[in-house]
Each structure stands twice: as structure tokens, then as C-alpha cells.
Design a protein around this ligand. Structure first.
Ligand code: PLP
Length: 406
């Protein structure tokens, strides 16, 4: 027990240099977010709830303006009516693509819950509407396969390039904004009008720039991850060029009304306050992931990112090569949860996933993975994905539980 505590404090000491870099990014992003609040004239009246159509809902309009300002885009749709990250990405894809078009994923297979959105038959997927979707796998060392991408871009029906910034349930590194910028420049040299769309889940505020500031046309994500700051109760966002956001808003509600309707009776305070807290909360989560990565690699497990890597999302992957060890690790994280800490998570058939998934998430907001959480599809090589943590201190305590268990 004493040994574990000593081991943890030594590991924290080793991480100090990297923690300072994270603090600098958090300070930069906090200033950026604060400036946006001031520039947008955010006031108490923006927090009020609305009913019915939500005409003149200043809370909704203000939030759209604020996100557009923070992500440095022409426009945004931010809404509690977007139920999840998957929903945000789906609405974006259906908004910009038309029958006969195709999208090209250049980061390999998209996230699990998008498989049925894209490929399934008879459920209203993109495929059902005659919209194609092609995939270019990453190279051996996890980079974009620029040669293969160039070749595929020759095909006229490709109307959007799709990039998943974070790793999803894959054993790979996440992309830096700089790398995504390089890709955007490459794509636009070949097809200047191509729409580059980013699955931005888990990436927001990890770096000082967002993909939308590096050439991406659309970014989408979940508000119960990074940009909700840990207190946003639900929702998703899409930011980007005005012409795309108009099309996407028309899909989210109806083409005749777009962003002009949509009410929310409970009010928007937690959406605003969550965005304000997000730079700090994300820093807590990145530190937590970094600490886990450092500590667990010292025990001989393979982790991603490695201790010496930079972090481009809030996740730490641990490869167990053994389902029982994986499940037990997730369960040990649950025992350190403030909510449902007494529960024992089991793998189950979660909606949208084809493998059973175990999810340790003793969270204040159901399934919120900017809160400390650990999940995994039950498939070889049995990788746990640990992310979140509203406070670094909570991460330290959870690590202690995990190490006792290991
Ligand atoms: C979380 C996540 C999503 C969306 O998941 P939801 O559970 O629907 O919010 C999509 N892509 C990636 C990479 C993710 O991490």
C-alpha cells in the first residue's frame, strides 16, 4: 500500500515537465474561450429556458455564436437536441452528402457506432440513400496514406474527406492538429473545393488550435465529452463553414427552418458554464491519462500514447491481451467512482456496437466520458480505453485502486 503511494508520487514527479505544457495550453484556451464570451456579449438572459418552437431563443443563438467564435468558424449548430456524438456526425454526413456522392475516410474504419450509419442496409443508412463511403487505411506507422488518398481523390463522386481525430476503439495514435492541417492542405491541392470533415470527439482543447483553424471545413463532437466541461447535461455540436452548417441545420430540424427553431425548457446555463470550464477540465483529463499511461507502462503493459509521446486526445489505451484482466481493470475504475461506485460493470450489448462493451462510468451525467471512465469492446487484443477525470486528484485516487487491482 505504502509502496503504491510512493510509486504514484514518483510517477507524478516524472510527469511534471509535461504537466507544465498542459497547463500552458489550458491557459491559452481559457483566454480564447473567455474572449469569445466577451465578444459574443453573453449575459444572464442567455441561460433562460424556452418552450415550443423556440423562436427568438437567445440561449440557442448565443451558444451557436459562441462555438463558432471559439472554433474560429463562420457558423455552428450547438444543441441539446443532438443526442450524442454519433448523432452529430450522422446529421453532418446526411447534411452535406447527396445520393450518388461518396465520402472518403482517410483515418481507417470510422468509430463503431458509425458503422450502421454508413454501411447497413434497410435502416436508413447512407448506403440506403445511395451514398457511398470509402476507406483508406492508415500506414503501418499510423500516418495518413497520402499516396492512396491522392489516388482515391481522382474519383469525382468523392465529395467529403472524413477524418477521425481520436483513436476510437483502435490500437492507434490520435492525430495532432498539425497533422490534420497537413492533410487538409494536401487534399485541397488536389481538390480545392473538397469538404474535409473531422470527428473531433475527445480532441477539443487538448491543443491550442482546433482542426477548424488548420483547414478543416466541419468539426463535430459530443457535449458530454470535452467541450461540455463535465457539467453539460447532453447535446452535440457541429462547427464549420456557413454553407455546410446551413445544410446540416436543415437536416437536424427541417430544411425550411434550420437554426431558427428548437427550444429547451431546462435552460442553457450548464452549456455555457461547461464550455467555460472545458479548457481546465480537459487539462485535468489529459494529466490523468498521462499519469495512467506512465504508471501502467512501468508495470510492463503496452500503452498508447507512451510516456514520451505527446497527447492529442484525452485517452489512455492499455493493451491487456486477456479479457478477464481487461474486465477487472474496468471494474477497479468503477470502484473509484462518486456515483454507482458500488456497482460492478459487466460487458453488455450496448446500442450501436457490434461487440459487447464494458463501460465503467460512475458519472454525474450518464455515460459522460469527460468524467473519469474506462470502456472497452470485448474483442482481441482486449484494450481498455481510459479517459476523463473532472479533477486530477480523482485520477490519482483511481490509479491507486487500479494498481492495487493489478
Ligand atoms: C465517443 C466517440 C464518438 C461518438 O460517440 P457517442 O457515444 O455517440 O457520443 C465518435 N467518435 C469517436 C472517436 C468517439 O470517441
Amino acid at each position: 500500500m505504502k509502496n503504491i503511494e510512493k510509486f504514484i508520487s514518483e510517477t507524478i514527479e516524472e510527469c511534471q515537465g509535461k504537466f507544465r505544457k498542459i497547463d500552458e495550453i489550458a491557459l491559452f484556451n481559457q483566454q480564447k474561450v473567455l474572449n469569445a464570451f466577451i465578444d459574443c456579449g453573453i449575459a444572464l438572459r442567455h441561460f433562460a429556458g424556452t418552450s415550443g418552437y423556440g423562436y427568438d431563443d437567445v440561449g440557442r443563438d448565443g451558444l451557436n455564436k459562441l462555438f463558432a467564435r471559439v472554433f474560429n468558424t463562420e457558423a455552428a449548430v450547438v444543441s441539446p437536441l443532438i443526442s450524442s456524438g454519433t448523432h452529430a456526425l450522422t446529421v453532418a454526413l446526411f447534411g452535406i452528402l447527396r445520393p450518388g456522392d461518396a465520402a472518403l475516410s482517410v483515418s481507417g474504419r470510422p468509430y463503431d457506432t458509425l458503422q450502421d450509419v454508413i454501411f447497413a442496409k434497410g435502416n436508413g443508412s447512407l448506403a440506403d440513400f445511395g451514398i457511398g463511403f470509402e476507406t483508406v487505411n492508415l500506414t503501418q506507422d499510423g500516418d495518413f496514406d497520402f499516396r492512396a488518398i491522392e489516388e482515391r481523390l481522382m474519383s469525382e463522386n468523392i465529395k467529403a474527406v472524413y477524418v477521425q481525430r481520436s483513436r476510437g476503439y483502435e490500437w492507434r495514435k490520435s492525430f495532432s492538429v498539425e497533422k490534420i492541417g497537413e492533410l487538409c492542405r494536401f487534399v485541397k491541392k488536389i481538390r480545392p473545393n473538397m469538404c474535409v470533415m473531422i470527428d473531433n470527439c475527445y480532441g477539443e482543447f487538448v491543443q491550442a488550435k482546433e482542426p477548424s483553424e488548420a483547414g478543416a471545413d466541419i468539426c463535430a463532437g459530443s457535449l458530454i465529452k470535452n467541450p461540455g466541461g463535465g457539467i453539460c447535461p447532453t447535446g452535440g455540436y457541429i462547427v464549420g463553414a456557413g454553407k455546410y452548417i446551413d445544410l446540416i441545420a436543415g437536416r437536424l430540424t427541417a430544411p425550411s427552418v434550420g437554426c431558427e427553431i428548437g427550444s429547451y425548457a431546462a435552460g442553457y446555463r450548464n452549456f455555457y458554464q461547461g464550455l467555460f470550464l472545458a479548457p481546465h477540465t480537459v487539462a485535468q483529463a489529459v494529466k490523468t491519462a498521462m499519469l495512467f499511461s506512465c504508471a501502467i507502462s512501468k508495470l510492463g503493459y503496452e500503452v498508447l500514447p507512451c510516456a514520451e509521446d505527446d497527447f492529442y486526445d484525452i485517452v489512455c489505451s492499455v493493451k491487456f491481451n486477456d479479457p478477464d484482466k481487461l474486465i477487472s481493470f474496468c471494474q477497479s475504475i468503477q470502484t473509484a467512482s462518486p456515483v454507482d461506485g458500488f456497482a460492478v460493470p459487466e460487458p453488455w450489448d450496448m446500442p450501436g456496437y457490434s461487440d459487447k462493451v464494458i463501460m465503467a462510468a460512475g458519472c454525474f451525467v450518464q455515460g459522460s466520458s469527460i468524467e473519469l471512465s474506462c470502456d472497452a469492446p470485448i474483442r482481441s487484443p482486449y484494450i481498455a480505453y481510459l479517459q476523463g477525470g473532472l479533477t486530477f486528484e480523482h485520477g490519482v485516487i483511481a490509479l491507486k485502486k487500479a494498481l492495487e487491482n493489478l
